[in-house]
Design a protein around this ligand. Sequence first.
Ligand code: SF4
Length: 353
Amino acid sequence: MKNTAPRLPELLLPWYRANARDLPWRKTTDPYPIWVSEIMLQQTRVAAVLGYYARFLEAFPTVEALAAAPEQQLMKLWEGLGYYSRARNLQKAAKAVAERGSFPDTYEGLIKLPGIGEYTAGAIASAAFGLRQPAVDGNVLRVLMRLTDCRADIADAKVKAAVREAVRAAMPEAERDIRIFNQALMELGATVCVPNGEPKCEICPLRENCLARSRGTAMTLPVKSGKKQRRKEEKTVYVLLQNGRVALRRRSDEGLLAGLWEFPNVPGELGEEDAPSALAEWGLEAKAWRKRLSAKHIFTHVEWHMTGYVLEVEGQGMEEFLWMDADALEGHAVPSAFGKFYAEARAALGKED
Ligand code: SF4
């Protein structure tokens, strides 16, 4: 794949300078906001990130402020973005940066920080420090495989490594160009050589050099093997109400949605006859069953299929249950997987949206 696109910067950079979307993290060379944007953009669309990014930097304008942030405030600001381990790793890394006094300014230093992998280290190293380091995400893989009409499997780590080297070899020399080169490749993939539907070859700055375009193979590329099937998990979720309060409990510090708040739930789909069994185990007694509802949430590797009950109960329940009024509920980060139940709880506590 080497030397397949020797004129890449010459074709790509003028196009980027004229056409790039005006995004706030592109107006700075400060590694802190660039890093925050890169972490937020993992698995999340640009449009969804913009508001979170602005609120986050307003609350934590410096890496030291993020390092010192209370966990609940951090989680609350992340609420709805999903993949909460990203927020925890951000803070872990912020603490490490605050401790050493400055951001590492090498690729090797960056990649040692929690939550920073090859891609993110390359993105920060190039955009903030002008280092010739590639940042290869799904957009870049797609563009390169099409440009070279290559049918190698992008799920293969060796193929990805080869693409990284091809991008490194194609990178420009001047620092001001290096800072935007990775961004430009990603922008082309996000807006022109798009993942869904026909690529917009007629407006592509690389069209004269693109083998997939001349051979008509773009729609069949890139090739990616064996996506794993998602595991399905059934759950029964309880919105337990008592004297104007609802019960929440904190999830374990390990695994999916670690440390966030949830409505008490048990594995399996319990019908109306079996649903009271969990209450007895928790030391609660049902007073009035208000509603049954269902919800589904899709994570990367697992799907939750949830049956939920909204009901009035009596008793204290488990020690781990925290009984919250509407204001307290709003102050706790409940992941969007429980969004439907959260809305029911708010409504039951007199806070209609
Ligand atoms: S010419 Fe078409 S297929 Fe080739 S890189 Fe541009 S948009 Fe993608």
